[in-house]
Design a protein around this ligand. Structure first.
Ligand code: SAJ
Length: 419
């Protein structure tokens, strides 16, 4: 196999295309967004990720990587398009379907098609396979199909895409073997084999495990308040048990993956998922819990200025998709508060992002939602001068309490209910 077509050049498709190109494949990257193609052709990555531009340059310099908005004939096709969730909390497979349709005319005997997008179990078998077979070829005989989920964490993609163990799930044995051979060109982690539907389910299980675990941590935080303990210390100490790994509580769960993916399981087996659904509700409700804490700290009906620091969905990322901060901001505004938001990394957001000092002017409380490292080294004295009331609520247990207290701040750490 020599030529590959990567369909969808987002934060998975682009690094994947670059990896294959630097491993000797002739790679044709496809995206429906012409701006993305233009930017990539000029040598600049639209995906903000440490090391991405260097990898893109290496891949383009190899002469093996080209971009355009239509597929070409190739030996292998890798689909990396998004799967958003619709209003009924079901997977919207429109992009997967249109990507599959777009490559069908370009298949030839022996072609391998890989789906990397996160999808409900059965998608390869019930959705992608029939589309590919509309080309007149039989999957498992003339062409091959496998599901190979991505596992990388934004912020560390370039390292994890190479080093993480992977799953390849084929529609049949030959598809598994071909997919494994393809990925072993750059993956240094182990590559485990299974069937396509299991691989689809495994991907969902990984993210759902994390969501349920975080919900448990959030529930522990609520219990910690009732019994008067510092839940951060309690979790730290519980995790000293060799078989315990409790995740961290916080203002809620955001991003494209963890808050969405559990619903892909629910849509396939609603009656079997009371725990998964409860976890979703708990995590989705965390912004309201943060609002309750703020209500006890500030009279929100008196139109106070409240400062939100960190609107990204998690620390040290520029991505604000499904961020808990967005819900907190809307809830605060609905209560009558004047919200001033700051984020050192996020570039585009639903409310204006202010300069750090502008964000705290006349403020009655700072709320740290995404605990970017940036906030660890700010000048607290300078901030204190501009505030109306020196008060801070840290939803992530990220600040040094004594440093802020010594500048006269009243400090609240969510989850720290100890004496
Ligand atoms: N969060 C907590 N407590 C924690 C950990 C995370 O509240 O202990 C919050 C974060 O602040 C964030 C949300 O959860 O709002 C999700 O963050 P994350 O770091 O758990 O996950 P993502 O969305 O950045 O990436 C996940 C990863 N999946 C797993 O760790 C199982 C990544 O490996 C996947 O590739 C990615 O989803 C994906 O694309 O599916």
């Amino acid at each position: 196999m020599k030529t590959l077509c990567i369909v969808g050049l987002g934060y998975i498709g682009l690094p994947t295309a670059c990896m294959f190109a630097t491993s000797g494949y002739r790679v044709h990257g496809v995206d429906v967004n012409q701006d993305v193609i233009d930017q990539l052709n000029s040598g600049n990555s639209h995906v903000e990720e440490p090391g991405m531009n260097t990898l893109l340059k290496k891949a383009m310099d190899s002469g093996n990587l080209k971009f355009s908005n239509t597929p070409i004939n190739a030996d292998g096709f890798v689909i990396c398009v998004p799967t958003p969730i619709n209003a009924e909390k079901k997977a919207n497979l429109d992009y997967v379907i249109s990507a599959s349709k777009s490559i069908a005319p370009f298949l030839s005997d022996g072609s391998l098609v890989i789906l990397e997008s996160t999808v409900p179990p059965g998608t390869c078998r019930d959705v992608v396979k029939p589309i590919l077979e509309s080309s007149g070829r039989t999957v498992g005989k003339d062409v091959f199909l496998a599901y190979c989920p991505e596992r990388v964490i934004p912020g560390n993609i370039i390292k994890e895409i190479v080093e993480n163990d992977r799953i390849v799930g084929g529609i049949d044995e030959q598809s598994i073997k071909k997919a494994k051979m393809l990925y072993s060109s750059f993956v240094k982690g182990k590559i485990y084999e299974t069937d396509a539907t299991s691989a689809e389910m495994i991907k969902l299980m990984e993210n759902t495990y994390r969501d349920v675990n975080i919900a448990l941590a959030n529930e522990f935080a609520m219990i910690g308040e009732k019994v008067g303990i510092n839940i951060w210390n309690a979790i730290y100490l519980a995790n000293k048990h060799p078989r315990v790994n409790i995740h961290l509580p916080g203002p809620g769960v955001g991003g494209h993956c963890i808050p969405i993916v559990p619903w892909f399981i629910v849509e396939k087996a609603r009656e079997c998922t009371p725990l998964i659904q409860a976890a979703r509700r708990i995590n989705d409700n965390m912004p309201r819990k943060i609002l309750e804490y703020l209500r006890n700290m500030v009279d929100l009906t008196s139109k106070p200025v409240i400062t939100i620091w960190g609107v990204a969905f998690k620390p040290n990322t520029d991505d604000a998709s499904f961020s808990p901060a967005t819900t907190i901001i809307h809830l605060l505004m609905a209560e009558g508060a004047i919200v001033k938001a700051h984020d050192p990394l996020v570039k585009k957001y639903t409310v204006p992002l202010l300069d750090l000092h502008e964000s705290t002017k006349n403020s009655e409380c700072i709320v740290i939602v995404a605990n970017h490292d940036y906030y660890k080294s700010i000048n607290i004295k300078g901030i204190a001068k501009t505030m109306k009331c020196k008060r801070i609520l840290d939803t992530r247990n990220s600040i040094e309490k004594s440093k802020w207290e010594s500048e006269g701040f009243e400090v609240f750490i969510f989850g720290d209910f100890g004496n």
